[in-house]
Write a protein that binds this ligand. Sequence first.
Ligand SMILES: [Zn+2]
Length: 493
Amino acid sequence: MEHQLTIYNTLDRKKELFVPLHAPHVGMYVCGPTVYGDAHLGHARPAITFDVLFRYLTHLGYKVRYVRNITDVGHLEHDADEGEDKIAKKARLEQLEPMEVVQYYLNRYHKAMEALNVLPPSIEPHASGHIIEQIELVQKILDAGYAYISEGSVYFDVAKYNKDHHYGKLSGRNLDDVLNTTRELDGQQEKRNPADFALWKKAQPEHIMRWPSPWSDGFPGWHAECTAMGRKYLGEHFDIHGGGMDLIFPHHECEIAQSVASQGDDMVHYWMHNNMITINGTKMGKSLGNFITLDEFFKGSHPLLTQAYTPMTIRFFILQAHYRSTVDFSNEALQASEKGLERLIKGYTLIKELNATNCDSDFDVKGLKQKCEEALNDDLNTPMVISHLSEATRYINAVYAGKAKISPADITILDSIFNIFLFNILGINKEQNTNSTEKEIQYQQAVDLLLNIRQKAKSEKRWEEADFIRDELEKIGFNIKDTKDGTKWHLKS
Ligand SMILES: [Zn+2]
């Protein structure tokens, strides 16, 4: 496979040429959602970023095994080692089985991802389905001497590990920084050092999600699942591990420590992280009142939204920024994306209507394909791809207006460039880019049109025709009322 794909490796803090361990196979692991609430913009970003990478690697000819996990146990509040399990808490509040909570939000997550045209991963393992693998991992770390048992729980011995290896190499922290920023929480007395993290937690009597283990009835620590499931499905060494930047510490740092402690080295070759999304310049958070779910975006049903946005507008908006830059949401920015995407799709539909001339094109169409590839090879520079496609759209419009020329061969190439880059790799689905409010307007206009025809029939005393239109509309379910201000209608509920 001839390509020059470079990706930014968080571990080395630089762009590196992507060389897979076992070409043509590529193993990619991305941390998936903790399913205890509806997906929001922050979930869309890693899903879309790594979807584009998945699509591009496939386009280059690789056979990608893409694993994206579902965290359905062990993720405690504040990402800490104490506090309540996020899913168990939701289950308790809503009086549901924990797995009912998981299934409900997982279904909704899948629906939102499908709307965003995010391809399903090759494997979507659940943490709760891999308890045995996690127990084995914990046992290996204990055997290697990097963990200890305390009151039925097992903790990773960060200080001991740090003597032999570097704890903090991914996040650029050292143990003193970690200690200075570690919050003192209840139950810390079980730990030898506040920086230690739980590999296995003994369940309190009221805790519903529990499994037997050599140490206690309990549940695995949050970080254990990704190491255990990554190894199970992708092997001891695999190519790419991705996720949001907020996962670098502690989650991914702990994953590296678990991996090195249990098998002697890190499993991952390239660590990739997408940046965060802010809303009107501030961090998104439930308590800040600016927490907008994807569903609310699609329906326009949040007070901060001035309208509904199609899933494709959201996708395009996210791809208009490089994945390592922050993205700031605002209605103005989304409206600009909506227009930008419309222009590209309109440009694409005009390609078929262009008149070719038997002379050279005024635009380097062949070079365009290479430019789009170069942009993607440069650490997935999607905004650059979009800018190249916008340039092509301006050229298409000029040809259409008779102000530029295109050769017959270049029309075919242009068509394939849009199909490859805009639709297959950036994953824009042109059929999905219709706004429901726009559809509603069209439907309202159609009913108004029928009523105008009826009005005309009435004024020309064609009573039979006028009554026919009213009766048929009523049969379909409309309520028609003639008032002194004209005919009013609504759908009977
Ligand atoms: Zn993870």
